[in-house]
Design a protein around this ligand. Structure first.
Ligand code: HIF
Length: 294
């Protein structure tokens, strides 16, 4: 066993204790922690077996400075006191654990999480930039990015429900606004909004960030002055593609099915590239990493 279960339990409790934060976004740092877990994992390439959450490469400029990771320094800084208190846990484990704890705490499903990621990293296992998705694109691009990680169409749509959480920030991605009205409560509302609302294109003109336009809509009853809901071009492409759309419809109708499929696919995401030895510790190039468990 890598860590003692009671020690992990203590870390979970400490993560829970920092989630609510009235000075941050919609009152919770949960969503940005989920994005941290996903971006640390989403660089994986199944063919070359490179990238993934092992190594916590985002601590370094080469990966952390990728414009796709803009804003994630906030998530890492929030977790720093927990890393200081529980120095035995690797960053790679802490970041992925924080994501699943946040989802659970925001009313989402329980997601299987296994310890054992190491912080061993060098130039050979830092992924090249450009592996994370570009929100300005469409279905073909989503397939290109997520098939590379080993996901299928159903899994792409199931994962996408995480955009029920949090928001886009003009100073990070160039896009702006939340996907749903209650962005700190996990549900299948994202799919419902995709299908139900009248979406209109809004020009953003943030060419240098790759955010030229997005979709916006208001829920009936919302004021013209209220912040509208938003969808990225990639989000909307799920409704425009013949293979993706039936899954959007299923998940909009059936929250239980969505929770079940989401839990499975998110736990697959955070396991990408984590190949453990017989003691449960992730290997690096077939050798043991520099991981020093207590
Ligand atoms: Fe996101 N995502 N994501 N995402 N994402 C943003 C924010 C969040 C994509 C683009 C963006 C997934 C897939 C994709 C979260 C979780 C997940 C933002 C806004 C962009 C542009 C960043 C900002 O400005 O702060 C694209 C193109 C994806 C491919 C479909 C995952 C499935 C939905 C894998 C996933 O889990 C979360 C949570 C946020 C909100 C972060 C916040 O700070 O509130």
């Amino acid at each position: 066993m890598v860590y003692k279960p009671e020690d992990v339990e203590q870390v979970r409790k400490d993560i829970m204790a920092i989630l609510k934060n009235k000075d941050y976004d919609d009152g919770s740092i949960g969503p940005v922690l989920v994005r941290l877990a996903w971006h640390s994992s989403g660089t994986y390439c199944a063919e070359t077996k490179t990238g993934g959450s092992n190594g916590a490469g985002m601590r370094y400029e080469k990966e952390g400075g990728d414009p796709a990771n803009a804003g994630l320094q906030h998530a890492r800084v929030f977790l720093e006191p927990i890393k200081e208190k529980h120095s035995w846990i690797s960053y790679a484990d802490l970041w992925t654990l924080a994501g699943v704890v946040a989802i659970e705490a925001m009313n989402g499903p329980k997601i299987e999480w296994q310890a054992g990621r190491t912080d061993f990293v060098d130039d050979s296992n830092l992924p090249p930039r450009g592996r994370l998705p570009d929100a300005a694109q469409a279905a073909d691009h989503l397939r290109h990015i997520f098939y590379r990680m080993g996901f299928n169409d159903q899994e792409i749509v199931a994962l996408s429900g995480a955009h029920n959480l949090g928001r886009c920030h003009a100073d990070r991605s160039g896009f702006e606004g939340p996907w749903v009205n209650n962005p700190t409560r996990f549900s299948n509302q994202y799919y419902k909004m995709l299908l139900k609302l009248k979406w209109q294109k809004k020009e953003l003109g943030r060419k240098e960030q790759g955010a030229e336009w997005q979709w916006i809509a208001r829920v009936p009853g919302m004021d013209e002055d209220d912040e509208p809901l938003m969808m990225l071009p990639t989000d909307m492409s799920l409704t425009q593609d013949d293979a993706f759309r039936p899954w959007v419809e299923k998940y909009a109708e059936d929250q239980e099915l969505f929770f079940k499929d989401f839990a499975a696919v998110f736990s697959k995401l955070i396991e990408l590239g984590v190949e453990r030895d017989e003691t449960g510790i992730a290997k690096h190039d077939g050798k043991k990493g520099d991981y020093q468990a207590a």
